[in-house]
Design a protein around this ligand. Sequence first.
Ligand code: GDP
Length: 482
Amino acid sequence: MKRIGMLEEASYDYILNADYAALLADELGFNPIVDDEAAFDIYPPPPHPSPSSLPSRPPIVTIMGHVDHGKTTLLDTLRSASVAKGEAGGITQHIGAFSVPVKISQGGNMVDASQTITFLDTPGHAAFSAMRARGADITDIIVLVVAADDGIMPQTKEVINLLKKEETHTNLVVAINKVDKPGINTDAVKKALMAEGIQLEEFGGDIPSVSVSGLTGQGLPELVEIISAVAEMQDLRAEQEGPAYGHVLESNIHKGLGSVATVLVRRGSLKRGTQIISGTSHGKIRLMVDSKGVSVATALPGMAVTVSGWKTLPKAGDEVLEGSDADIKKALANRVRKAEAESMQQDIDVINTTRRQERDARAEGNTEGPKPDSDSGPKQVKIFIKADVSGSGEALEGALDGMGNKLVVSKVIATGVGDVSENDVMRAQAANATIVAFSVSVPRAIRTLATRHEVPILTSDIIYRLMEDIRSSLIALLPPII
Ligand code: GDP
């Protein structure tokens, strides 16, 4: 252990070179593999050694609940309450997240706007589910909205199960909504929640609940206060120094600005003019705009800003890192190389599968050429998604991919952003796929083209309707019961 002895003299900020690190791993009984490529990527900064000394940051809050229980209305009311009357611009815009001051405006006068809460309103909340699936749990608090006139419904239970299942630091606040309606009984809802294992404060548990109306604004100041109290207990802090690190909430092509992405800053300060990378997208930040449409030069942890200056469109859920020009260039070259190698491997896999199918078909004496799916595996309904923003595309991909059973299964083969184009129809035809158009338009000429080429196009703004349509396509492919 003599060589380790030498290392003990090194301080915590001592950087080991690859040879030295490999030696140490070897001493400890591991079998190290030195990945030279990895040296050309950049990574999030390591956690701060003494987090309690850091400045506090706003909590990141997501509103969840059953469809029609009033999530959108609640978010809209909170968003407009976040702008004091007479404030510059006074116009809020949808960027996937917005900040609300802890003391919200009552009668037009804003009180103490220094502390804020960041609400996420990413489409279908699924971009954030995708991030969570990848281990990036960006939400500190979930507000579960339950309509008082409807009570606990399937999606309410889904949220409860999600919270029960996960080892998560996320705290829960219950908002019983639509209390402006006549004849509602909030006690019944509370009892039903208790029966589901939600230990409400007023029954001796630790989960706060508040009665609200997203429509009239009743109870919203209390909701904001409760969220802020929960956040205070969580003692949320983040360093503001050093290179910025964050996540893309959503991205789209803006007519004047090109590729834009809403970035939620998690650590450090994101500054105009710096170089950033996300996946294989990169760029120099040209403009940063907050949810009030105000241009900002710096975004601190907990803030969400739309960032323009990207060379290509980044993907919702991907990490964003800031770095020097040289580091970003090296990381980009490395990532592009890796992505190309992966895509080449996928092409090779497709070619191999097709060849295998051809061989199998020949062996069976079938001269009609390859079948769309291998006989050994389940039949497939192939899907090509076109969505309005990459966040909803990801959400849809999560919902539609892998539906079915041992005999028939759905498979998303590609996901893109923007209206359905001629090119999309041709791609779908070549792949024998169904186009799913979510919140995008399908020009009449394109629809005609699709009909001519027998490419089915499903359109809807509602994920579960599209799931139903795909389910019907799967059922249609099932073999007849004899
Ligand atoms: P979401 O599907 O959860 O986003 O629900 P929405 O916000 O779209 O609301 C569904 C319906 O409930 C709409 O017709 C709203 O006007 C209505 N709604 C939402 N919040 C309230 C409320 O607090 N009171 C009443 N009376 N109606 C509400």
